[in-house]
Write a protein that binds this ligand. Structure first.
Ligand code: 5HY
Length: 274
């Protein structure tokens, strides 16, 4: 109990950090080596006691480099969220820079669902004034711009650049991907008027410290940023609002290949395909 000017007041109960948090990190593409790498990067960012469950869907594209790939990654992503709800995980990360299916996943989840693009852009806006996104193929730049607009980050986004590296080339031992990414980051800092770098692919997560050391500026990896954002949101005892737009989806029949995605009722989330 405290007192100021003779008036007593009660302090809020201290929000104790959870030491048993479980976060499901979903790599929406189906390349296990990338999933493993993403999981390790999330574990390196997580607090002691936080369990990182890194998964890929059982179905979907091996890499996501187009709107078509993104669309086909969403059903598998949603299955993983639905399974996570049955397992009562505390929060989720969509570990793909296109943030595919983010709002649909939030409708299914009680806890927070954080996309790495949204996390990285917001984190960059807190440590600099203008960031450059450095991503893989030029054809994915439009999605990065679209997300910057959607998230209200366009005023902070100086530019979006591509290294013209296929996502899976990031997994190839001996590829010159790292050098090409560093070079593009250098050009960004020299030409864009930016003071921070956002890595535009979950597959770049393991390069973050190296690039930051090379360039001497903040380099934000969305996997690490999203991990600590989920922990903060859960520690604040917050979850996804179920009032309005992100309420649980309305139950209705689904047909054909998607028939397993029917949500019969509010309390029986869809089962993961065998
Ligand atoms: C990603 N694709 O983070 C995105 C990168 C991109 O398979 N994982 C993918 O270029 O959009």
């Amino acid at each position: 109990m405290g007192a100021i000017g003779g008036r007593s007041f009660s302090l809020p109960d201290p929000l104790l950090f959870r030491t048993d948090m479980r976060i499901k990190v979903i790599n929406p593409n189906t390349t296990q080596s990338m999933t493993d790498k993403i999981g390790e990067c999330a574990r390196a960012a997580a607090r002691p006691g936080t369990e990182i469950i890194a998964v890929s869907p059982v179905m979907g594209p091996v890499s996501i480099e187009s709107h078509y790939d993104e669309a086909l990654a969403v059903p598998g992503l949603l299955q993983e969220v639905a399974t996570g709800e049955l397992e009562q995980v505390d929060g989720y990360i969509v570990a793909c820079f296109g943030d595919p299916g983010l709002l649909a996943a939030r409708e299914l989840a009680r806890g927070p669902v954080i996309g790495i693009a949204q996390a990285a852009m917001h984190m960059a806006s807190l440590v600099g004034t203008r960031f450059s996104v450095v991503t893989t193929l030029a054809r994915t730049m439009g999605q990065a711009w679209h997300l910057a607009e959607t998230y209200g980050m366009k005023r902070f986004c100086a530019n979006v650049r591509a290294c013209e590296i296929a996502v899976l080339d990031l997994e190839k031992p001996g590829s010159n991907a790292r050098e090409r990414i560093v070079d593009e980051c250098r050009r960004a800092l020299a030409e864009d008027g930016s003071d921070t770098i956002v890595l535009g692919c979950a597959g770049m997560a393991d390069l973050c410290q190296h690039i930051s050391g090379e360039l001497g500026v903040p380099v934000i990896d969305g996997v690490a940023a999203a991990t600590q954002l989920v922990e903060s949101i859960v520690n604040l005892r917050l979850g996804t609002s179920k009032h309005g737009e992100l309420a649980h989806p309305l139950p209705k029949p689904m047909t054909g290949l998607l028939s397993d995605f029917a949500l019969p009722s509010r309390h029986k989330p869809l089962q993961r395909a065998a």
